[in-house]
Write a protein that binds this ligand. Structure first.
Ligand SMILES: [Zn+2]
Length: 106
């Protein structure tokens, strides 16, 4: 399960991505990948199985994993699609950007 609710040492709970292979928490979406198993056009209006992998696991290129999930996208690009497909308008995206900047300071 790549999206987890993480409890930190201060008791704060927040959603985080976790590598499906080594289970480390992903701190940099630009270096992680989302992998999936087939062309979207082969099954219109359906979903597909996927895996999230960290940069370390991505560099190790597990042959079985990449045979099962041959398609990939950087996680930060996938997140941009997710925000767009979740109905985030430019105003909501600006608010999210400001909120993320505050979280980075804390
Ligand atoms: Zn990993």
């Amino acid at each position: 399960m790549a999206l987890v609710l993480h409890f930190d040492s201060d008791g704060f709970t927040c959603p985080r991505f976790q590598c499906d292979l080594c289970h480390c928490l992903i701190d940099d979406a630009a270096t992680a990948l989302i992998l999936w198993d087939h062309y979207p056009s082969s099954h219109p209006d359906s979903s597909t199985d996927y895996r999230i992998v960290c940069s370390v696991c991505e560099q190790q290129r597990d042959a079985v994993l990449y045979e099962q999930f041959p398609f990939s996208m950087e996680l930060d690009t996938a997140l941009a699609y997710l925000l767009h497909n979740s109905g985030m308008n430019p105003k909501a995206l600006k608010w999210a950007q400001q909120k993320a900047a505050v979280l980075g300071v804390v």
